[in-house]
Write a protein that binds this ligand. Structure first.
Ligand code: NAD
Length: 474
């Protein structure tokens, strides 16, 4: 099946270059993807313009119904799409199923929220006049989603834009094309007019330059790496497109001696090793109060030893491969550099023999702040711990990177919770819990983690433009 969808039609891209898709569990090619050329991208732009004109006329209630139908279809095709996702991305099948369940919830939430995109009536200063604020869709949107959660992260953009009445051109990740195409098919089968949703794969910099160079596009939403986010924001500046950027993180975890250590380790190991650590909000720098640091290490080491590294489709695998040879190759230099800087290896630290993009779950203790892994997002199965003596020291280390997406705080003290939440320079904080992602709450960061939010009312707002109407009697 061709995997690009342009102007109401599935077709292959006409670029002279093609992209090879790999199965990360064996490192072997599993498909060839035809990429979009300039003419394909231009057609997608023209279709997005006419699709917007049609979709914005559809009443919000009907838009919500279409999204709910898409969510139902995705649920019905869950098993087939989860298998596609595991084959091309690598994550264990149970995690692929859970990504689909989470994606269904995101679409449902935006579907319901679309009917609540209320405007405002403001009390007038002049008798007989009226001040109204309408909320209109911003226009055709360019969305770029990555390979780590191809469905979930694409759905936040597609459902947000469609709920608001915008059309979308999605360039999803070339590494994981089939699962996203299957999800897009669920949207298309739910009553969208032609052009409301296009799916492209291409040479990334060519697609982004052409889409963002067009005055048709009125909004950019990107999830991915910091350098690419910066580049896209520069491109968006020329056409003054609105921008939402989610550029990853380097989440600190602060574990105090009064925390429930057993529960903390179970939750944190789950959050760390899910998706082989390729999660922007993954707990990464584990700062543990000195009196419980050894006990924490012992429990975390046991949790690492319990993981079963293996292909995502093999029953019993609890830790899959990394998504690409590129990501696998990024791990060893980070580990070697941490060891050279004085860190202590507790578990793992190497890739296993054999095929596939695997890397062992790795626990490094006493990692100095100057180690590269403490500043560069590892995006892999690495736990980096450091003991701390004072709350002030923990905050200083936690705030020691330019990224600021998520932070995790484990303490039983209400007063400490109240002090630390404002002190942590991040867009999200979880307390005695290891998840910050919920369809009804804003997901986004500060600093180099980007700006703007997805999900929550803020996520819908990002696709809406207020229009002030000041009315006087004739
Ligand atoms: P990369 O920067 O090469 O690519 C990241 C993604 O961005 C890919 O899907 C790629 O197709 C896309 N991309 C690259 N250049 C682009 C361009 N000019 N226009 C549009 N899209 C473009 O990096 P990578 O090796 O895939 O991942 C490296 C780092 O990216 C990770 O270590 C992590 O820090 C970050 N990342 C973050 C997230 C996230 O959820 N925030 C997701 C994936 C990757």
């Amino acid at each position: 099946m061709p995997l690009l969808h342009i102007a109401g039609r599935w077709r292959a891209g006409r670029h002279e270059r093609r992209h090879t898709v790999f199965d990360p569990s064996c490192g072997q090619p599993i498909g060839e993807l035809g990429l979009a050329n300039g003419a394909d991208i231009d057609e997608a732009l023209a279709a997005a313009e006419s699709g917007f004109a049609a979709w914005r006329q559809v009443p919000a209630f009907k838009r919500g119904e279409a999204l709910l139908a898409a969510a139902r279809r995705l649920q019905q095709r869950g098993e087939e799409i989860a298998t596609l996702l595991t084959r091309e991305q690598g994550k264990p099948l149970a995690e692929a199923r859970s990504e689909i369940a989470g994606t269904v919830q995101v679409i449902q939430w935006y579907a319901e929220e679309s009917r609540r995109s209320y405007g405002r009536i403001i009390p007038p200063r002049v008798p007989g006049s009226a001040l109204q604020v309408l909320r209109e869709p911003v226009g055709p949107c360019a969305a770029f989603s990555p390979w780590n959660f191809p469905l979930m992260l694409s759905s936040r953009k597609i459902a947000g834009a469609l709920a608001a009445g915008c059309s979308v051109v999605l360039k999803a990740a070339e590494e994981t094309p089939a699962s996203v195409a299957a999800m897009v098919d669920c949207f298309l089968a739910s009553g969208l007019p032609d052009g409301a949703l296009q799916l492209l794969y291409g040479v990334p910099e060519e697609v982004s330059r052409r889409l963002l160079g067009s005055p048709i596009i009125r909004k950019l939403s990107f999830t991915g790496s910091v350098p690419v986010g910066r580049e896209l924001a520069r491109l968006a500046a020329d056409q003054l497109q609105r921008v939402t950027l989610e550029l990853g993180g380097h989440a600190p975890v602060l574990v105090f001696a009064d925390a429930n250590l057993d529960a903390a380790v179970v939750q944190l190991a789950g959050a760390k090793f899910r998706n082989a650590g390729q999660i922007c909000a993954a707990p990464t720098r584990f700062l543990v109060e000195r009196s419980v640091h050894d006990a924490f290490l012992e429990r975390m080491a046991a949790a690492c030893e319990q993981l079963r590294l293996g292909p995502g489709l093999a029953p019993g695998s609890t830790l899959g491969p990394l998504a690409s040879a590129r990501r696998q190759a990024a791990m060893q230099p980070l580990v070697d550099d941490a060891l050279a800087n004085g860190a202590r290896l507790v578990v793992g630290g190497t890739r296993p023999e054999g095929q596939g993009f695997f890397y062992r779950p790795t626990l490094l203790a006493d990692v100095p702040t100057q180690a590269r892994a403490m500043g560069t997002e590892p995006f892999g199965p690495l736990v980096l711990t450091r003991p701390f003596d004072t709350e002030a020291e923990a905050i200083a280390v936690a705030n020691g990177t330019r990224m600021g997406l998520a932070a995790y705080l484990y303490t039983d003290s209400a007063s400490r919770q109240a002090r630390l939440v404002p002190a942590l320079r991040t867009g999200m904080v979880a307390i005695n819990h290891a998840s910050v992602s919920s369809p009804e709450a804003p997901f986004g960061g500060v600093g180099d983690s980007g700006y703007g939010s997805e999900c929550g009312v803020e996520g819908l707002d990002a696709y809406l433009q207020p229009k002030f109407v000041h009315q006087f009697p004739a």
